[in-house]
Design a binder for this molecule. Structure first.
Ligand SMILES: Nc1ncnc2c1ncn2[C@@H]1O[C@H](COP(=O)(O)OP(=O)(O)OP(=O)(O)O)[C@@H](O)[C@H]1O
Ligand SMILES: [Mg+2]
Length: 305
């Protein structure tokens, strides 16, 4: 090789090397900046949802805010899961709009949405026989190739501990009981560690102690600036942990406000089509919501027979 081409190829190699020095050794993707305290993360405005030929949600508007536990309640079929799925972007709307961080859901990629909101569906299925730890670790996938991937192991350990599932780490997900699976599924959603967390009946399959644990975790996440939406049937749990309750009835918002304003005998009796009593716990003052029961107690019954 003569001197000139040699000089040219050396200088080309030098340019390439200096350009490479400007690049990170490994691609590190962006992570979303946190939203201000109390700001809206997801907003639905006047949404209709149709499934098959039926309209399920009618002109429904709901705001989801950081720092708040928003509890959705209502009778079976009222549209709670449908609303949660619409807020998550998993259910198309036929009218109105849903915005995430101020932009219509249609403008978001699946990956960018997964960095901002996580969803626990009412039914959790895992196709293959993954272990509990593998299922929870899947929750970290939106953070691959970001600086947050460095936290994967610690986050998985932390959420498995919170959900009391560390002891199932190496067990196949499919070999767990219903409530154990529900806790692993929740741990996976918490591992995703998004600003907005949407949970559809996370306590439905759980014993009393684990129900409280789950709601405490939800409360704690909201206290630390997350926006948490929880679908519940247990109105006493809703009273104890919600900042705000939205009551759905036949696909419409029947009430939206703080628990003390919402949990009234009149409203609940009307919406549930069953007489309801709202009482104050004599010692703690906590709100108790009970269905009114007619007829005799079992002890009266056996005494008379
Ligand atoms: N795939 C579907 N096709 C047609 N209708 C559906 C479909 N899925 C749900 N629905 C209907 O939509 C309505 C709302 O369902 P949704 O699952 O949102 O209720 P929900 O409030 O979550 O009830 P639950 O408390 O039983 O979970 C119900 O009347 C239900 O029958
Ligand atoms: Mg549901």
């Amino acid at each position: 090789m003569t001197a000139k081409p040699l000089r040219e190829s050396l200088s080309r190699a030098g340019r390439l090397l200096s350009a490479r020095r400007l690049l990170p050794t490994r691609h590190r993707g962006d992570v979303p900046a946190p939203t201000d305290a109390g700001a809206v993360t997801i907003r639905s405005t006047g949404i209709d949802v149709e499934r098959g030929s039926r309209r399920i949600l009618h002109d429904l508007s709901v705001d989801v805010r950081t720092g708040e536990v928003l509890v959705l309640v209502g009778p079976n079929g009222a549209g709670k899961s449908t609303l949660l799925a619409a807020l998550a972007g998993d259910q198309p709307v036929s009218a109105g709009r849903v915005e995430l961080a101020g932009r219509p859901l249609s403008e978001w990629t699946h990956h960018d949405m997964a960095q901002r909101r996580s969803v626990l569906p009412q039914q959790h299925t895992v196709g293959f026989s993954f272990t509990a730890r593998q299922v929870v670790t899947m929750g970290r996938s939106p953070w691959a190739r970001t600086r947050l991937a460095d936290d994967d192991t610690a986050v998985v350990e932390d959420v498995m501990n919170l959900c009391d599932v560390l002891q199932f780490s190496d067990r196949p997900f499919t070999a767990l009981s219903g409530g154990e699976r529900a806790r692993v599924a929740l741990a996976r959603v918490l591992a995703q560690d998004t600003e907005t967390i949407l949970l559809d009946e996370p306590t439905a399959a759980l014993d009393l102690g684990h129900q409280e644990t789950v709601m405490r975790v939800a409360r704690d996440r909201a206290t630390h600036g997350k926006a948490v939406v929880v679908v519940l049937h247990d109105l006493a749990l809703a009273a104890a942990y919600a900042d705000r309750i939205v009551v759905l009835d036949e696909g419409r918002v029947a009430a939206d406000g703080p628990p003390a304003d919402i949990l009234t005998e009149d409203l609940l009796t009307r919406v549930y089509g069953h007489p309801v009593e709202v009482l104050e716990h004599p010692r703690t003052g906590a709100t108790l919501v009970l269905p009114k029961r007619s007829g005799q107690r079992r002890s009266d019954h056996s005494a008379n027979s």
